[in-house]
Design a protein around this ligand. Sequence first.
Ligand code: FES
Length: 179
Amino acid sequence: MGSNDDRVMQLRVVPAASTDEGCRGCSRRAVLHGLALTAASALFGCPSGDGSMTGTGPDGGDGGSGSIASACGANLCLDLNDPKNAVLTQVDGALVVAAPRDSILLVRSSTSAVLAVSDICTHAGCGVRYDRVNKIFSCPCHGSQYTLTGMVLRGPAFKPLAKYQTQLDVSTNQLTILL
Ligand code: FES
C-alpha cells in the first residue's frame, strides 16, 4: 500500500512540475533560450573585439544575413548604411540581431520607424518569424501568433513577446535599440 501511495505522489508531482505559465520556468524553453543565445554567441561571436555583435535574418526567408549591431552605452546600435543591415532600409524588411540577453527581431514598419520584439516565442522558446503578408509574428513550432507589438493573437502562447523601444535617425540611418 505504501508503494502505491508513493506512486500516486509521484504522478501528482510530475504534472505540477511540468505545468507552465506561458513556459515561464519551462525547462525546455530555458534550454532552447540558452541554446539560442549560446548559438548566437558561437555563430556571431558577440561581442567581437571591437564591441560589435552580429546576427542573422531568419525572418521568414529574406532577412539580411550577418547583420551587425554594436554596443552603444547600455543599448544596441545598428548602422543601416552597412550592407549587412540594409534590409532594414526597406519598409517590411526584417532582421534578427543577437543582444546580450535576448534575440531581437526588428521590422521596418514604416519609413520612420522600426519595431523591435524578442524573437523567442513565449510558449516554448522557438524563434518567431515576421509574416509580412498578414503583418504579424508567427511561430513555426506550434502556431502561436502575435501582433507587431508582441501581443498574443493566437495560442498556445499566452504571454506577449518582450518589446523594445527603438530610435531611428532617418537622416543618418542609425538605429538604436533601447535595452
Ligand atoms: Fe510553441 Fe512557439 S514554441 S508556439
